[in-house]
Design a protein around this ligand. Structure first.
Ligand code: SAM
Length: 231
């Protein structure tokens, strides 16, 4: 399967293993991952965030309930919400999530946004688990036609050491552990190149203290809600 499908499947497998109830996808683009996750029966709250409202709006209708959903109401409740905003800004609507996914997002961030990202995601949102994927530049020579970057909008592409030192530093600052994996295997005999897409899976070390404290962080709403569906 194409690489993007392998990335989505990686997230879906993780959801099926850890059964998070509330999942947020940052940089959700055309909502394809959210659409896939809507079929995971453990999920009760799904949220998407993107800085481009137009790319989200393209396919957001696919997140609406179908006639079948009304005829056969299921036991679980599911709320799907899409927000327009930046991962460089904190908004209380992103609090209380179990899993936050950032698939092929960080390489699109400006330097100033990337600097704020760890504090927003690990410090403020502080979910139990965070998944971050990004291209592995060491794999680029194996890709036909890739000279410098895989995509002109990429602000950077990191090798394994660069991604891992950034991730380890974020994990250390905000009390997470991190494990590295990926999708897209290198050819036999070239294992040291690493995966085509590198992935960090972060797990918060300590449980959130005192139940509702997280919801009381005094932060003003800055994201704009562009879609909401209740199943
Ligand atoms: N996650 C999707 C996937 O894997 O198919 C889309 C990845 S796309 C390559 C990167 C997305 O990040 C784009 O939709 C872009 O608009 C969004 N993005 C870029 N900067 C952002 C920011 N500061 N805050 C939120 N989203 C951002």
């Amino acid at each position: 399967p194409p690489l993007y499908k392998q990335r989505y499947q990686f997230v879906k497998d993780l959801v099926e293993k850890y059964k998070p109830k509330k999942v947020a996808d940052l940089g959700c683009a055309d909502c394809r991952l959210l659409w896939m996750l809507k079929f995971c029966s453990c999920i009760e709250v799904l949220a998407g965030l993107d800085i481009s409202a137009s790319v989200m709006e393209e396919k957001m209708h696919t997140l609406s309930p179908l006639p079948f959903d009304y005829l056969q109401p299921s036991e679980r409740s599911l709320t799907v919400t899409l927000h327009h905003g930046s991962v460089a800004h904190k908004d209380p609507c992103m609090l209380g999530f179990d899993l936050v996914t950032c698939i092929e997002l960080i390489e699109h961030l400006e330097e100033s946004e990337l600097k704020k990202f760890p504090e927003v995601v690990f410090g403020f949102m502080a979910p139990s688990m965070v998944v971050i994927s990004t291209p592995n530049s060491e794999f680029n020579p194996l890709l036909p036609g890739v000279v410098l970057n895989r995509h002109p909008d990429h602000k950077f592409e990191w090798n394994q050491a660069q991604f891992q030192s950034w991730a380890l530093e974020a994990a250390r600052c905000y009390d997470y552990s991190v494990e590295f994996t990926g999708v897209g295997h290198p050819p036999k005999g070239m294992e040291n190149v690493g995966f085509c897409t590198q992935i960090g899976v972060f797990v918060r070390k300590y449980p959130r203290s005192g139940g509702s404290v997280q919801y009381e962080k005094p932060t003003e709403a800055v994201y704009k809600t562009v879609f909401k569906a209740v199943y």
